[in-house]
Write a protein of this length. Structure first.
Length: 470
């Protein structure tokens, strides 16, 4: 076999492969065996039909087509190795010549990872929000905890702000009741604003048994974004009573004996949350600054495939689970299809650029991934997916996604290495130093930025169909 590589552009090559016919013999023999098991010829037992009879009855071209299709992945893989090519995605294969007993020639066009140069990035400077916890932040945290321990008592009076009402809802669009627009026995706190716009005003002042009708834009379901006429019936009105903010409440709601200790713990927790947010902000800003420094050619077919994959996943998985189609989603987001597709393309392009750049940084820094690091990342991904670690690990292995996770961790380590070498200050002008836990936050941020980008597929099989004359 002989092969040659032609560079079409920085992200795409064409392989031309010539295969002497004798190298097709194993695949030709396999083709005869396969056809033998699939057909019947009077006078011959199944599996014992001579090759010449198969040629006469079904045509030599059918045998050659089967043999070439079976052999293409092997010859394509050998050509990749010979040309030291690392492909991205599946190739476009074309059989250019097939002479029986003489020669097979085919071409394979495929996207490749572009060669990129990482400049000195040590001069990058970014500013992030300072970690500051105010008394108002603590008050809000304690108040949220207090809300969780509120008690409710049914009252015989008109509903007012802060009351909890049990309601039945029915939504109509164009006069028709929606199948997913009916709900009974829903508990709702007036003034929370957590349901439909206009609901607070509609139920305020109603007693048990009272009804009202209002117009609102639906936020979810099959007609999300549509204007609906909503009928509401109040089943009951309950007064919510909050516990007193004292040491007794601290003992009820926490492991602390005093309210002062509870507030101090809230301060510590809020500071930790803000440090994590600060670390994520730092990683994201450093990544954006790094991407601005590097010119990255984007394989256009790879980009188109990635855009289509993201759109498919949104339509058939994410929106499907919400009972919403793309039109309803666009109406809810107040975007046109063109705006949506432009944003999708921008996101996909950034994901691919992120993967290429951070992989190159990891290569330069000679970063590797330990089993412990991979396990920790898998645990975090499992938690964010809502699956158990064992279930998630099984899905990863069965889906052949182990190398994808390794790549995520490696890219996260690459971004962490970049952050360590640049200048990060907070809004008060103080330097920011990330500890190990916050480095993990950055790794997750890097993984999220690039995780949907397609992985390198060095073992991709050629997808080509040989057409041979009889």
């Amino acid at each position: 076999m002989k092969s040659a590589v032609e560079t079409l552009n920085p992200t795409r090559v064409r392989l031309t492969v010539e295969v002497p016919f004798e190298e097709l013999k194993p695949s030709l023999d396999a083709a005869y065996r396969k056809i033998n098991q699939q057909v019947q010829v009077p006078g011959f037992r199944k599996g014992k039909i001579p090759a010449r009879i198969i040629d006469q009855r079904f045509g030599r071209g059918a045998v050659l087509e089967e043999a070439v299709n079976e052999a293409l992945p092997k010859f394509y893989s050998e050509a990749l190795t010979e040309g030291e090519i690392s492909p991205l995605g599946q190739p476009e294969v074309d059989i250019t010549e097939l002479k029986d007993n003489e020669l097979l020639t085919f071409t394979a066009e495929v996207d490749i990872r572009p060669e990129i140069e990482i400049p000195d990035y040590s001069g990058i400077e970014v500013t992030v929000d300072a970690v500051e916890v105010s008394d108002e932040d603590i008050d809000s945290a304690v108040e949220r905890l207090r809300e969780r321990f509120a008690s409710s008592t049914v009252v015989e009076r008109a509903a007012a702000e802060g009351d909890e009402v049990k309601i039945d809802l029915e939504a109509r669009v164009d006069g028709e009741v929606l199948e997913d627009g009916v709900a009974s026995g829903v508990s709702y706190t007036i003034g929370s604003g957590q349901m439909l716009d206009g609901l607070d005003e509609a139920v305020t002042g109603l007693e048990a048994g009272g009804t009202a009708t209002f117009t609102s834009e639906l936020k979810g379901g099959s007609r999300a974004g549509s204007e609906a006429e909503v009928s509401v019936v109040v089943e009951s009105v309950s007064s919510r009573e909050l516990p007193e903010l004292d040491d007794e409440f601290a003992q009820l709601a926490s492991e602390f004996d005093t309210l002062a200790e509870l507030r101090e713990d809230s301060r510590t927790r809020l500071a930790d949350e803000k440090k994590y947010q600060q670390a994520t902000e730092a990683q994201e800003k450093v990544l954006d600054a790094l991407l601005e420094l590097v010119e990255v050619p984007i394989p256009q077919k790879l980009l188109a495939d990635e855009v289509e994959t993201r759109k498919h996943n949104l339509e058939h998985h994410q929106l499907g689970q919400l009972g919403m189609d793309l039109d309803a989603y666009l109406a809810l987001q107040e975007k046109s299809l063109e705006e949506f597709e432009a944003e999708l393309k921008e996101q996909a392009e950034k994901g691919i650029r992120t993967q290429f750049v951070l992989d190159e940084v990891a290569k330069q820094e000679k970063l590797s991934v330990s089993q412990e690091e991979l396990t920790e990342h898998l645990m975090r991904r499992a938690q964010s997916s809502g699956m158990g670690p064992d279930q998630f690990a099984k899905a990863v292995v069965e889906g052949g996604q182990v190398q994808m996770l390794v790549g995520e961790v490696r890219r996260g380590k690459a971004l962490a290495a970049v952050v360590e070498s640049v200048t990060v200050n907070d809004s008060n002008g103080e330097p920011v130093h990330l500890d190990e836990d916050e480095d993990e936050a950055g790794q997750d941020a890097a993984a999220e930025a690039g995780q949907d980008a397609p992985a390198e597929t060095g073992d991709a099989a050629a997808e080509g169909t040989a057409k041979a004359d009889d």
